[in-house]
Design a protein around this ligand. Structure first.
Ligand code: NAD
Length: 436
């Protein structure tokens, strides 16, 4: 099938490369000419495991191309995916300007019938708006479908190739058949992985899924705070509740607050949607408020130990990305931490295996970028762990202790066993692991 994917970011690039891998002829379009030139040279602008190989191979074999020429891509393709960003507006609603701009451009370029599939995360009713935007500029027949994306950064290719489910919102059998054929290679593992519904339900499914996951995180962060106040261990409580099949073990890890480009903006957008529809959004508002508080937890724990005046103190930070296996720092809890430490007068020495470039755009030369985790820890009064990178899980703790000026580890991801750390002479402060 001939496909165009408009927007070559985390979602568009992964979707385009995976569709090419299964034999389709794909053009990935972006308005960022620099990004497209890099991609044409097989330089991947983001870090995503396995993506470079996939792009290189499919580009070499001629199934994957990159272009800034949206009209040409629309003329060649029968199915066009929209995968541009939908960042939050000031009021929390999703900014649809990129999606609707692209819809207009597609409409103006259409020289025959097309299926337009929206993959961006968009409020309920956007498929109608996309359809109206296209119809207002062309008399060619257009079918618009919704196909929200559920991939996780850091495991995006695996998620796309072996999805838990593919959600399709359609209003015609033709759209359903085309998308079923496209996704068949990825949904062969059995089970009911291809779920077809109306467009509005598909649009809402994406927000409901992210809001549910964000709720689990805020809930567990609150349970962790209770553990600290009452002298319980969240590690044990998690095992105790996760064994209940109705709850399940996944996504029950407390931490420094959720970040990334999706959960924060999607919870906000759902709150906004609920308010517009005159539906109470109090559960979601509480999830958001709890997360905003949680993003201060690592700074609070550091200040409690080192004092509010951090002048003359050196703080090491391991991990800047909002989670492991990505270079993405959007809404990362590392940002309020580092900014708070700097505001308090501390010298901050950071390390991240992949996010240094993203970090430079935020912190400039206000922090010291260490080449490895141990250099970051050198001479520090505290080590704060923000991201659960594998490389931080089993460090040489004797070496670490010697390098730190004070053996204080504020373990925002509960990577280490508190009792073991104490026996090695560390002051270990976890999240919800005994009195805080
Ligand atoms: P991104 O910012 O990484 O990429 C978006 C791309 O769209 C950019 O390269 C930008 O230059 C391009 N673009 C914007 N306007 C354009 C236009 N008019 N023409 C051509 N290109 C244009 O965004 P992303 O993280 O890939 O997210 C895209 C959408 O998918 C969002 O709605 C997001 O919520 C959703 N989503 C993201 C993830 C994720 O993990 N990142 C997962 C699921 C869903």
């Amino acid at each position: 099938m001939h496909l165009a994917v408009v927007g070559s970011g985390y979602v568009g690039l992964v979707a385009g490369a995976c569709f090419a891998e299964t034999g389709n002829d794909v053009v990935c379009v972006d308005k960022d000419a620099g990004k497209i030139e890099r991609l044409q040279r097989n330089e991947i602008p983001i870090y995503e495991p396995g993506l470079e190989d996939l792009v290189r191979r499919n580009q070499a074999e001629g199934r994957l191309r990159f272009s800034t020429d949206l009209p040409a891509a629309v003329r060649e393709a029968k199915v066009i995916f929209i995968a541009v960003g939908t960042p939050p507006n000031e009021d929390g609603s999703a900014d649809l300007s990129h999606v609707l701009d692209v819809a207009g451009e597609i409409g103006r370029a259409m020289d025959g019938p097309r299926l337009v599939v929206n993959k961006s995360t968009v409020p309920v009713g956007t498929a109608d708006r996309v359809e109206a935007a296209i119809r207002s500029v062309t008399s060619q027949p257009v079918d618009v479908a919704s196909n929200p994306e559920f991939l996780k950064e850091g495991a995006a290719i695996e998620d796309f190739m072996r999805p838990d489910r593919v959600i399709i919102g359609v209003q015609t059998d033709a759209a359903r058949a085309a998308l079923e054929a496209l996704y068949a290679p990825f949904t062969r593992r059995g089970g009911d992985r291809f779920i077809v519904m109306d467009r509005r339900s598909a649009e809402l499914t994406k927000y409901a899924a992210n809001a549910m996951l964000a709720t689990r995180i805020s809930f567990m962060n609150q349970v962790a705070a209770l553990c600290e106040a009452l002298g319980a261990d969240v590690h044990l409580v998690r095992a105790g509740i996760g064994s209940d099949q109705r709850i399940g073990r996944a996504f029950l890890y407390p931490g420094p607050g959720y970040g990334g480009s999706c959960f924060p903006k999607d919870v906000k957008a759902l709150v906004h949607m609920a308010k517009e529809a005159d539906v109470a959004a109090d559960v979601l508002e509480a999830v958001e408020a709890a997360n905003a508080r949680q993003k201060q937890v690592l700074l609070d724990k550091t200040r409690q130990r080192l004092g509010a005046d951090l002048a003359g103190k050196v703080v090491a930070v391991w991990g800047l990305a909002f989670k492991a296996e990505t270079d993405d720092m959007r809404e990362s809890p590392s940002i309020p931490l580092v900014e708070g430490l700097l505001a308090g007068g501390a010298r901050v020495q950071v390390h991240d295996p992949r996010a240094t470039e993203s970090a430079r755009a935020i912190f400039g030369d206000r922090v010291l970028y260490a080449a490895d985790p141990y250099s970051a820890a050198h001479g520090a009064d505290a080590l704060v762990i923000v991201t659960e990178w594998l490389v931080y899980r089993n460090p040489d703790l004797d070496r670490l202790k010697l390098l730190l000026r004070r053996p204080l580890v504020i373990d925002g991801r509960n990577l280490f066993d508190p009792a073991r750390m104490r026996s090695l002479g560390f002051e270990h402060v976890g999240i919800g692991r005994g009195r805080g």
